[in-house]
Write a protein that binds this ligand. Structure first.
Ligand SMILES: [Zn+2]
Length: 89
């Protein structure tokens, strides 16, 4: 079969947010983060900024921790102007 090779196109890669390993998109699960939590979008229907995670139990477990850090970072950014440096009022 001489045509076997034409199928081996360069597959786009994404990096897993948990283990930081670049993998083919097909090996990862795409999701996005809402204030309510993580929404998996395997069909990639929603046009949104997406993140990717491995399908391995280890990374899916680690996703919870990643989410908490992610929310913390977002919160810190969002609430930045509210907090004034202590003692300068
Ligand atoms: Zn991973």
């Amino acid at each position: 079969m001489p045509n076997m090779h034409s199928k081996a196109q360069h597959t786009p890669q994404r990096t897993c947010v948990v283990c930081r390993t670049p993998k083919a998109v097909g090996e990862l699960i795409s999701f996005f983060v809402l204030p309510q939590g993580i929404v998996f979008d395997p069909q990639r229907r929603v046009q949104r900024r997406r993140n990717y995670v491995c399908q391995t139990p280890d990374c899916l477990r680690g996703l919870d921790k990643w989410k908490r850090n992610h929310m913390k970072r977002r919160l810190a950014q969002a609430s930045g102007p509210i907090f004034s440096p202590t003692g300068t009022a």
